[in-house]
Design a protein. Structure first.
Length: 272
């Protein structure tokens, strides 16, 4: 018989370590980040050591939407199981067996719902009814690394919806909503509740909440000088010393700003 000695008792629930809540990113910082480009954000995050903050492989159902930035509200799927994921469990009152409705009704203004669908698009993560409800609650967008249903309806909405495809196969076929507001992986990127989710029609970028204000400061400056450099490239200048900008180019940029940002006319083919 095997004997076990000095085994500590299991920790009671109240003593199980929990991650501290992320700092709440203000609406003012979200507004500033929404005006930043994903190119500047990904570059500045890389400089800070974050190699891949982009949810790769996702596309917008409505590319016409305006850029946005919102606080991540997370939903985690696990594979469905036939004895639990039954149509009868889609109750119209809060239920542990139907956490998706609970998650939708917890969304607050400024949130972006991010769904970890395990990169499995065989069944829809949700459809237009739930997404419309979140839009009415003030959500900024909804994102998943799986599929949505009601694609034509969603494409016609003035609301950012990002996914990998469209299918009308019901979620119950392959997905079970296991958790809300926990750290998740979406498209291979870690997303923590409260992180900033940025979308500009090209990418979905995840910004750690603690870095949000710093990223706004850095990217506003970078986007401005990048616009100046683009004017000079369109005026026919070579890249050497210009892009990335040398110290001399940065000094010329400051002089240009102080002079009131005078026009730099395009030349050659760029002028056509």
């Amino acid at each position: 018989m095997t004997l076990f000695f000095n085994q500590p008792a299991p920790l009671p629930p109240e003593r199980i370590p929990r991650l501290p809540a992320m700092p709440r990113v203000s609406d003012e910082v979200l507004g500033r980040l929404a005006r930043c480009t994903s190119g500047s954000l990904t570059t500045q995050l890389y400089i800070k050591g974050l190699r891949q903050p982009v949810l790769h492989g996702l596309t917008p159902l409505n590319p016409r939407h305006q850029p946005f930035a919102g606080r991540a509200c997370t939903m985690r799927f696990i594979p469905a199981r036939e004895d639990i994921d039954r149509y009868a469990n889609l109750t119209t009152e809060p239920s542990a067996e139907n956490l998706q409705w609970v998650g939708v009704e917890q969304v607050e203004p400024g949130d972006v719902l991010v769904i970890d669908s395990n990169r499995d698009g065989r069944a829809a993560s949700m459809g237009s009814m739930l997404i419309t409800r979140m839009m009415m609650r003030g959500a900024r967008a909804v994102v998943t690394d799986g599929s949505f249903r009601d694609g034509r309806d969603l494409a016609a909405m003035d609301f950012p919806v990002w996914c990998t495809g469209i299918t009308n196969t019901t979620r119950l076929s392959y997905h079970h909503v296991a958790d809300l507001q926990v750290p998740i992986g979406c498209a291979g990127v870690a997303v923590y509740p409260g992180d900033v989710i940025h979308g500009d029609g090209e990418n979905i970028t995840v910004i750690p909440a603690a870095m949000a204000k710093e990223m706004a400061d850095l990217c506003e400056k970078r986007d401005d000088i990048e616009a100046y450099l683009a004017l000079r490239v369109r005026a026919g200048e070579p890249l050497w010393g210009l892009y990335p900008p040398s110290e001399r180019t940065r000094a010329e940029y400051r002089v240009w700003c102080e002079a009131g940002r005078p026009p730099i006319p395009p030349q050659g083919p760029a002028a056509r």
